[in-house]
Each structure stands twice: as structure tokens, then as C-alpha cells.
Design a protein around this ligand. Structure first.
Ligand SMILES: Cc1cc2nc3c(=O)[nH]c(=O)nc-3n(C[C@H](O)[C@H](O)[C@H](O)COP(=O)(O)OP(=O)(O)OC[C@H]3O[C@@H](n4cnc5c(N)ncnc54)[C@H](O)[C@@H]3O)c2cc1C
Length: 331
């Protein structure tokens, strides 16, 4: 079987996508794509040539049902340059492989992340930022008074001083592995990052989220774009079933089912038999279609995805089914 070549991904190879003020994300290489996921999945059933469903539908089914190993068959190699404090968050994703520039081996470059503004501390989230932005900041001046300077000047001076100290220590013969202690964590670092698609999806779900630090969100954006270039169908499924999806607790499911049951009871007044779920099913089918769910197959039967949707909502669609329980305060 030949290497999978995706023309859109090929065009992205080696392109540096700028992040923050001096960083980048570059796709060095990739292995596999949507077709590899499909081929790996079909091997499970020893039906490599038999197409029971379209490739796109199969990918969507696999992700919906958390059959995730076929997604591990697609691999990415990135070259990334980001500040050390962002890298510290990045490297927490253990299911990947990293090789980073060595500050023991090389003299670090004079490259620091210098934003134009500081964000204020959020009052209600100890890990987060508020909407308050500082363009200028106070710093001590002459030991007694303070002066107000731009955030850019404040950081530039601070980093220049630190870098001067670093060079001074190196000049005096201090080893690189110790001299680096004086450098701040907004220093840029570079690394190669190898990750499979399933773990990339998990990384993106966490790091594109609005609760993640803004800097890592910015750096994760080109990673998402490049993943879409390599496997568009899988990433579309990720948006639908993972990134933009919500999971519900047992109690929340009870609430949703109760709302649905009330809607159904309301319809019974319109002479609908108590044993029939037809009215509420057609309402839900209309809404499902509006949301982009394919509700019927070519024979006019409910699709598997729509049946799963009805199941979750507690709506009977087949004779073999019992009326679902519990429905909250129903007596
Ligand atoms: C908003 C946010 C805030 C955070 N705050 C903090 C913080 O304050 N302090 C802090 O230390 N970290 C913090 N983290 C990091 C977080 O706890 C995770 O370490 C990080 O997101 C990596 O996630 P992961 O373990 O799922 O990924 P990976 O390490 O890539 O693991 C992927 C999956 O593999 C499995 N796995 C990996 N290793 C093991 C293992 N040893 N045992 C069992 N299963 C394993 C798990 O299923 C895991 O989900 C934060 C992350 C986010 C997104």
C-alpha cells in the first residue's frame, strides 16, 4: 500500500506559521490521513475491500463511539518555537514525543516573548485572566520613586538585563547549564513534537478551550489548521463529536428527558394516542435535520446516528423498546 499523499497537506510542509511575536509552528512531516483511519478500522472486521458504509460515515461512527485506535494510525511531526512557559504546558501532554533544544549544549539566543499588554488577574478564576488590560506598568525608579513605562519597555529592559547577566556569566567561564538560571521563562525554545491524531485531538480540545492560557491557545491554532489539512474528515468529526460537543451527567440527562417527556405529554392533548411517540419524534427529527444530523437513509429508515439521538433523549422509536425510565418527577 503506497504512502498517503494529501495535496493540501503537502503544500503546508515546511511553511512557518507565525505564533506570538517570534514563534512558529511548522509541519515537518505526516504519515497517513483519513484513508489510513478507514483502512485500519476495516482490518478489524477482516473486510478490507468491503465498503459497508462511506469512508466519511465510518470515520464519524468510529469517533462517536470512541473507537479511537484507528486515529492513532495518523502521525504528525511538528517543529515548534514558543516561549518556555508555554512549552511547560505543552509538554504535559505525555502521549507524544519531544526533542528540545539544549540550553546545556547551546548558548540560548536573545529571543524573548514581549507582549504589548499585560492581562489582569481574574477575580473568579484563580488560573485565569480578566478583561482588564495594562498598556503601561509602574516600576521602581532610583530606589525611592516609581515611573510608568509601557509593558513592552518594561519587559524589554528586564530581558536585556537578564541576557546581559547570562552573557557575563558565560564570559567568566560559568557552564551553560548553570548560567541559564538567570534567564526568564519568556525566553523562546524550539522542539520537534511527534504526536498521533487521537492524542492531537485531545491536546486541541484542552488547549483551544477558552479556559486554557491565551498564549497556548494562540500556538495551538495552527496545529488545528494543519491537522485539518492532513485529515479533513476526521477533524470535521472531531468538531462535531468532541470539540463542540458537551457530555451530560446522569442528573442532567434526567432533566433533558423530563423536558422531552413534558413536550410529549403536551402533544397528547392533540388527540395523539398515549402509546405513540410519533409527534415528538417528528419534532425532534425536524430539529435534528436543522442541526445537520442525517436522519434517514436511502430506504427512508432512521439512520444509526438519529436512533442514537432518540435513545439519548429517551424517545421510543421501535416496537422492541420499552418506554424509557426514569423521567424525573413522572408518577
Ligand atoms: C486549563 C488547564 C489547567 C491545568 N492546570 C494544571 C495545574 O494547575 N497543575 C498541573 O500540574 N497541571 C495542570 N494542567 C495539566 C493537566 O493536568 C494535564 O496534565 C494535561 O492537560 C495533559 O493532559 P493528559 O494527561 O490528558 O494528556 P497526556 O499526558 O497526553 O495523556 C493522554 C491520555 O493518556 C492517558 N494517560 C497518560 N498518562 C497516564 C498515566 N500515567 N496514567 C493513566 N493514564 C495516563 C490518559 O487517558 C490521558 O488523558 C492543566 C491543564 C489544563 C488544560
Amino acid at each position: 500500500m503506497p504512502h498517503l499523499i494529501n495535496l493540501e497537506a503537502e503544500e503546508q510542509l515546511d511553511v512557518e506559521h507565525k505564533v506570538l511575536d517570534k514563534g512558529f509552528v511548522r509541519l515537518v512531516d505526516y504519515m497517513g490521513g483519513d484513508q489510513r483511519i478507514v483502512d485500519a478500522a476495516r482490518v478489524s472486521y477482516q473486510a478490507g475491500t468491503k465498503k459497508a458504509s462511506s469512508d466519511r460515515d465510518l470515520i464519524r461512527y468510529l469517533l462517536r463511539h470512541k473507537h479511537t485506535t484507528p486515529f492513532e494510525k495518523v502521525r504528525f511531526e511538528f517543529h515548534i518555537k514558543i516561549p518556555i512557559f508555554v512549552m511547560r504546558q505543552w509538554i504535559r501532554h505525555r502521549m507524544s514525543s519531544t526533542n528540545e533544544e539544549s540550553a546545556r549544549y547551546s548558548v540560548m539566543k536573545d529571543e524573548f516573548y514581549i507582549p504589548e499588554q499585560f492581562r489582569g488577574q481574574a477575580a473568579n478564576n484563580k488560573q485565569g485572566s480578566s478583561d482588564l488590560l495594562f498598556d503601561r506598568i509602574e516600576r521602581p525608579y532610583d530606589g525611592y520613586v516609581s515611573e510608568t513605562v509601557s509593558v513592552t519597555d518594561y519587559l524589554t529592559d528586564l530581558c536585556a538585563n537578564a541576557y546581559e547577566q547570562y552573557q557575563d556569566l558565560l564570559g567568566q567561564g560559568v557552564t551553560r547549564e548553570m548560567a541559564r538560571m538567570v534567564l526568564p521563562v519568556n525566553l523562546y525554545t524550539e522542539f520537534y513534537w511527534t504526536v498521533d491524531l487521537w492524542n492531537l485531538m485531545s491536546f486541541l480540545k484542552l488547549r483551544l478551550d477558552s479556559h486554557a492560557q491565551l498564549e497556548i491557545q494562540e500556538c495551538a491554532k495552527p496545529v488545528e489548521m494543519l491537522a485539518r489539512a492532513v485529515c479533513p474528515d476526521a477533524m470535521e468529526a472531531w468538531t462535531d463529536y468532541i470539540n463542540d460537543a458537551k457530555s451530560f451527567s446522569r442528573m442532567e440527562v434526567g432533566i433533558i428527558r423530563s423536558i422531552v417527556a413534558r413536550q410529549r405529554v403536551a402533544r397528547l392533548g392533540d388527540n395523539e394516542p398515549a402509546t405513540s411517540y410519533e409527534g415528538i419524534r417528528s419534532d425532534v427529527e425536524f430539529l435534528a435535520k436543522c442541526s445537520g444530523i442525517n436522519t434517514r437513509d436511502s430506504k427512508g429508515e432512521y439512520t444509526r446516528e438519529f436512533k442514537e439521538c432518540l435513545d439519548k433523549l429517551g424517545i421510543v422509536y421501535g416496537l422492541q423498546q420499552q418506554e424509557p425510565l426514569p423521567l424525573g418527577n413522572r408518577k
